[in-house]
Each structure stands twice: as structure tokens, then as C-alpha cells.
Design a protein around this ligand. Structure first.
Ligand SMILES: *Cc1c(COP(=O)(O)O)cnc(C)c1O
Length: 240
């Protein structure tokens, strides 16, 4: 597994250099859905320090396992969040990348306030949760995420909440092999992040990160400015 992990690191570095970018500005998040706890811990041994989970239930189980082993990597939710799962999520997540509507933003912020010392960020001595707005750049009905036209307004709402820190935008690329189409979607993300920063709304000036790119489109994402790629299969192998 460490071999695969380091190969992905090399893919990232190569794509960065090809685009005149510093490989050090691109983080590798491991997408650990369906992986066994042992495999997740093995990946941390390879040097990983940033994990993402789609499902709250699995995120909680992973958080508990890691804590039992004295491990404290960053652990983000990268899947859809229902409101009845917000408290569970906040007990274990150090970040949430899937904010896509007013209701869930308000609920997360209010729940953090109520949980106080029981939230994961409070346990780590932080006063704000790192969050991203998920944007549906492809218009596919099956995908979550806000419409691009809603992103600036949602960013302002996040920015107005003291316990949320808007660090960037997240998207899942189009399901196609067409490189030009993939790049267009990712380019739109970069432009949107700039629009958000230029809006001048409180708390939006640090909306710098672009979480985009997975096993099949790491190169396209990095060419368009990704600062975090989320990779599963290239490290862990195919999911069955
Ligand atoms: C599964 C998943 C990934 C990783 O996809 P791979 O094709 O396994 O690299 C990234 N982001 C999200 C939101 C995912 O669900």
C-alpha cells in the first residue's frame, strides 16, 4: 500500500510541475469509504495525514478506532449530511466539505455552539471548524452540491458564523472521459472561489482551497488549480 501511496504522491508532483505549480501546495486526502480500520491505519503509517469519509456512520467508527490507537489525523466528511446526523459528525470530524444549503450551514453552526467541549474541534483546541461549500458544477441531478449561482450567497452565510471557517470549495467532477469537459468544470470552481473572495463578505477572504480531483482525473484537477485531491482506488485498489 505504501508503494501505491507514494506513486500517487509522484503523480501529483508530476502534474504540479507540468503546470508550473509547487507540489507542496497540493494536499492528498485519502477517501477511505469501505476500507477496513487496519488498512486506514496502515495508510497513516505510509505518511497520510488527511482522511475523508462519505458516510457519517463510517466516519464515527473510524474516528473511534483512530482515537483508541492514539492517532489524530484530520478527518473530513466528504459525503452528504442529513440534519439528524450533524451532532454525530461534529463529535469526530475536523472538517466538513459538503455544505450546500442554508439549513445545514445554520444547523452545523448552532450544533457546534451547543456541543461545546464535546465537538472534535474543541477537543483539539480550535474555535472554528474548517468547512467547504460543495458545488455541483455539472448540473447532474444525482449529485449533491449547490448550484454555482448560489455559492457566493452561501459563502457569505458561512463567513458570518464565527465557529465556521470557510477554507474553500469542493466538487465532484463530471463522470466522463472527456478531458476538456472535466477541465471546464474545474476551471469554473477556480473562478467561483475568486468571485467569493472578491465579494468582500466577512469571512470569505480565505476561501482559497479547491478540493477536486479523484483517481481518474488528478491531472485535470491539478491543471485547473486543485489544492486538495481526494483519492481512494489509486491507493487502496478497486472497491468491490
Ligand atoms: C470515493 C470518493 C473519492 C475517491 O474516488 P476514487 O475514484 O476512489 O479515487 C473522492 N471523493 C469523494 C466524495 C468520494 O466519494
Amino acid at each position: 500500500m505504501c508503494k501505491a501511496y507514494h506513486e500517487v504522491r509522484e503523480t501529483i508532483a508530476r502534474a504540479a510541475r507540468q503546470n508550473g505549480r509547487d507540489p507542496g501546495e497540493i494536499e492528498l486526502m485519502l477517501a477511505i469509504k469501505t476500507q477496513q480500520h487496519d488498512d486506514v491505519r496502515a495508510a497513516l503509517d505510509c505518511g497520510a495525514s488527511l482522511l475523508g469519509h462519505n458516510r457519517v456512520q463510517e466516519l464515527v467508527a473510524t474516528g473511534e478506532d483512530l482515537a483508541a490507537h492514539g492517532l489524530t489525523p484530520e478527518l473530513h466528511l466528504i459525503g452528504p449530511l442529513q440534519r439528524n446526523k450533524v451532532n454525530h459528525t461534529l463529535r469526530w470530524a475536523t472538517g466538513i466539505q459538503t455544505l450546500d444549503r442554508v439549513e445545514i450551514i445554520e444547523r452545523i453552526s448552532d450544533a457546534l455552539e451547543r456541543l461545546a467541549g464535546e465537538s472534535q474541534i474543541a477537543k483539539r483546541g480550535r474555535n472554528a471548524l474548517d468547512v467547504m461549500i460543495q458545488v455541483n458544477t455539472t448540473g447532474e441531478e444525482s449529485k449533491s452540491g449547490c448550484k454555482p449561482s448560489e455559492a457566493v450567497e452561501l459563502a457569505a452565510l458561512v463567513g458570518s458564523r464565527e465557529n465556521l471557517r470557510l477554507v474553500g470549495l469542493m466538487t465532484i467532477g463530471p463522470n466522463t472521459k472527456d478531458s476538456a469537459e472535466i477541465r471546464a468544470a474545474y476551471r469554473r470552481m477556480r473562478e467561483l472561489a475568486a468571485e467569493i473572495r472578491e465579494s468582500g463578505a466577512d469571512g470569505t477572504s480565505q476561501c482559497m482551497q479547491l478540493s477536486m480531483g479523484m483517481t481518474n482525473d488528478i491531472a485535470e484537477a491539478i491543471a485547473e488549480g486543485a489544492t486538495m485531491v481526494r483519492v481512494g482506488r489509486a491507493v487502496f485498489g478497486e472497491r468491490f
